[in-house]
Design a protein around this ligand. Structure first.
Ligand code: FAD
Length: 373
């Protein structure tokens, strides 16, 4: 049994910032990540970020991830377990972990869940053919391993991820035959969309994928136009000769550990799925379990880092650690989060967070879960 003060599950931007902030107050932290590297999604993001200087605008995700991972490795209060998957949380407070085909038990005093999100998929005929990928998987293949997924791609989804991955495919020498988007508008920031359009990639709004075809692998895809009730319009089918279909249709928060722990959860469409109720300091309805980053609602790395910092400070503070500048650090983080979520771009997230952020502990109503774990 490994005893520790704080266990951070997930070594993406949220988890790394949580660990660094908790350790900076003096707490001892164990980070576990199922990958054999730290950095989460950031390690494949080669484009420059948006936002203000404080929010690391103009920096590339991959560089932010290197810098945070290096700081974590240098911090003596932090122990890192990579290639280690958190399997479960038990009611005696034990987290079970698989590492190197061994079963470990960790008993932390506080837990910060920073497990990120999982890619959604779409139901359509032949969506199980080899050659149908999630956009995040394609980004990992291209940017981390230098492997092309194929020669010609149909991208499904014109949000930021679909458009950025399309551009990165073009940079890697892969042809992008088109991007289909079911919504009437392109969801990506215009600066990204403009780049792919300038490169000659057509973006078809109000279109979706109708099916894939191929004997043993993807040989093509059929798309169809949608009416304003999102129903396919017969006769508008188009065929694309492609060997890859890339789905970029959103992420869902990864929350299994929180369900197991009995955290009160709520379905919030604006945050992309079931997420835990939490207070402003990121503590869930189960005392001592904190949430940070995409696991608490799909947003962006900048917000994930700030939430991680806040969760790390809060968990360490609850253990009795503090610093003379604690209040000003906490206030700065809260201000940064407010700035990130301001304006029309942050409207959806603000609406979602209002539904799950509670001020007082009495406001939490713990939903009963099956007690047989
Ligand atoms: C193509 C693309 C472009 C993007 N561009 C931007 C951008 O320009 N600006 C921006 O701010 N954001 C951007 N984002 C979003 C950003 O990457 C995410 O919001 C951010 O990475 C979320 O951080 P996180 O730490 O919450 O989760 P993640 O980065 O997903 O990290 C979660 C970590 O938890 C680990 N984990 C999960 N489950 C377990 C388990 N059971 N046991 C152990 N470990 C586990 C995973 O291995 C992973 O390392 C982009 C995302 C994508 C895919």
């Amino acid at each position: 049994m490994i005893a520790c003060e704080i266990c951070v599950i997930g070594g993406g931007p949220a988890g790394l910032m949580a660990a660094l902030h908790a350790a900076s107050l003096g707490a001892s932290v164990v980070i576990i990540d199922r990958n054999d590297y730290l950095g989460g999604q950031l390690i494949k993001q080669t484009h420059r970020f948006f936002g203000s200087k404080e929010q690391r605008a103009s920096e590339r995700g991959v560089n932010i991830s290197r810098e945070l991972s290096f700081a974590v490795e240098e911090e003596e209060n932090i122990k890192v377990l990579t290639a280690a998957t958190a399997l479960g949380y038990y009611k005696d407070g034990v987290v079970t972990v698989e590492k190197d085909e061994r079963f470990l038990k960790i008993k932390p005093q506080k837990i910060i869940v920073a497990t990120g999100g999982a890619e959604k998929t779409l139901p359509f005929p032949n969506n199980d053919l080899p050659g149908v990928y999630g956009a995040g998987a394609v980004q990992t293949l291209v940017n981390v391993y230098g492997v092309k997924p194929g020669q010609r791609v149909l991208m499904v989804g014109a949000g930021n991820i679909g458009v950025i991955v399309s551009y990165q495919l073009l940079q890697a020498g892969v042809e992008v035959a088109g991007i289909v988007e079911a919504a009437p508008r392109i969801g990506a920031y215009w600066v990204h969309a403009a780049k792919v359009v300038r490169a000659g990639v057509p973006i078809y709004t109000r279109h979706t994928i109708k099916g894939a075809w191929g004997e043993k692998e993807v040989e093509g895809a059929t798309t169809v136009e949608l009416d304003d009730q999102w129903r396919p319009i017969p006769g508008t089918e188009k065929d694309f000769d492609v060997d890859v279909i890339c789905l970029s249709v959103g992420l869902s928060p990864l929350t299994e550990i929180l369900w197991q722990a009995g955290c009160a959860m709520k379905y919030v469409p604006e945050l992309s799925g079931y997420v835990p109720l939490r207070n402003v300091d990121m503590e869930t309805s189960v005392p001592g379990i904190y949430i940070a980053g995409d696991a608490g609602g799909i947003e962006e790395a900048s917000a994930a880092m700030m939430e991680g910092a806040l969760a790390g400070l809060s968990a360490a503070r609850a253990l009795g650690y503090s610093a003379s500048d604690f209040n000003s650090r906490r206030a700065n983080i809260l201000r940064e989060l407010e700035n990130l979520r301001s304006g029309p771009v942050g409207e959806k997230i603000r609406k979602g967070l209002k539904k799950v952020t509670l001020i007082e502990r009495q406001e939490f109503r713990v939903l009963p879960l099956s007690s047989n774990f």
